[in-house]
Design a protein around this ligand. Structure first.
Ligand code: SPV
Ligand code: MG
Length: 295
């Protein structure tokens, strides 16, 4: 696992870090197998996998557990979506300790009020915390972390809340000046104009992060050229799995036998391969008494 570069090494290489959203160990393995550089432990995905809205219903402990599975299973740097940091600056101190201990490479804290609502839910009144308060939370993160390898990403929801480019830039600059290692600017625009304009006006050294969910036709290269150093494809694995399971369950239900879905599913040995059953068999022969593994 140690052959994978760390998040800092990736950033230092000058490349733009291609990051895929995941919600558990297996989805993080699949993102790694597809060639992604890093994993986004997505609040949206983890919430959906728990069957609840992305609205701070899943607890921090559950989210840390999910993120640490991704660390263990993928071996890639994991950037954990920590929503608002689970409260104020005092709560954030505990958040940093928990995530750093879990081996996560970065956490992202957004300037929504607690409890947050997913950036894309419609008909939701959007308040943001005072930017000075958010900057204080970022400073609390920096003062708490053990190592500067554990990166702090400050995220502004100013564009999502409809508060405009000037407010987004003001907040981004304040968070960068507070010492954030990266600034994530989120947008729900259908085209990339907003994030491209934000990057064009960005006058700090602090690297930028974006999440092209609504401006989904924009290639990663365009965002990299605009100046984004981390691009997060936030929820596609989860959405793919929903569609696949809907289709397979419907096929088996309507046909009445499991083989009707054979062309839609992987084989059992393919599952074994992904989750390390061959390694387990080697370990059995190395460490277990003769005769305890199957003949
Ligand atoms: C997430 O994946 O939970 C995110 C990104 O925060 S988004 O859902 O686009 O807000
Ligand atoms: Mg989120």
């Amino acid at each position: 696992m140690s052959q994978h570069p760390t998040l800092k090494e990736l950033l230092d290489s000058g490349a733009t870090v291609r990051t895929a959203g995941a919600h558990d160990g297996l989805s993080s393995i699949l993102a790694r197998e597809a060639g992604f550089d890093a994993i986004w432990a997505s609040g949206f995905e983890i919430s959906a996998a728990h069957g609840v809205p992305d609205a701070n219903i899943v607890t921090m402990t559950e989210n840390v557990t999910a993120a640490s599975l991704m660390v263990e299973c993928s071996g890639l740097p994991v950037i954990a979506d920590c929503d608002t940091g689970y409260g104020n600056a005092i709560n954030v101190i505990h958040t940093v300790r928990s995530y750093e201990k879990a081996g996560v490479s970065a956490i992202c804290i957004e300037d929504n009020v607690f409890p947050k609502r997913c950036s894309f839910y419609t008909g939701v009144r959007r308040d943001l915390v005072d930017p000075e308060e958010h900057a204080g939370k970022i400073r609390a993160c920096l003062d708490t972390r053990d190592s500067s390898d554990f990166q702090i990403i400050a995220r502004t929801e100013a564009l999502i809340a409809g508060w405009g480019m000037d407010e987004a830039l003001k907040r981004g600059r304040l968070y960068a000046d507070a010492g954030a290692d990266m600034v994530l600017v989120h947008s729900k625009s259908k085209d990339p104009d907003e994030v491209i304009e934000f990057a064009a006006q960005w006058d700090r050294e602090t690297p930028l992060v974006c999440v092209p969910t609504t401006y989904a036709t924009t290639p990663y290269q365009i965002l990299a050229e605009a100046g984004y150093r981390v691009v997060i494809f936030a929820n596609h694995g989860l959405r793919a799995s929903i569609k696949a399971m809907q289709q397979v369950f419907a096929r088996i239900h309507s046909e009445g036998h499991a083989s009707a879905a054979d062309d839609m599913i992987v084989t059992l040995p393919e599952v074994y391969e992904l989750i390390g059953v061959p390694e387990m068999k080697q370990q059995e022969s190395l460490y277990m008494p003769p005769g305890s593994s199957e003949k």
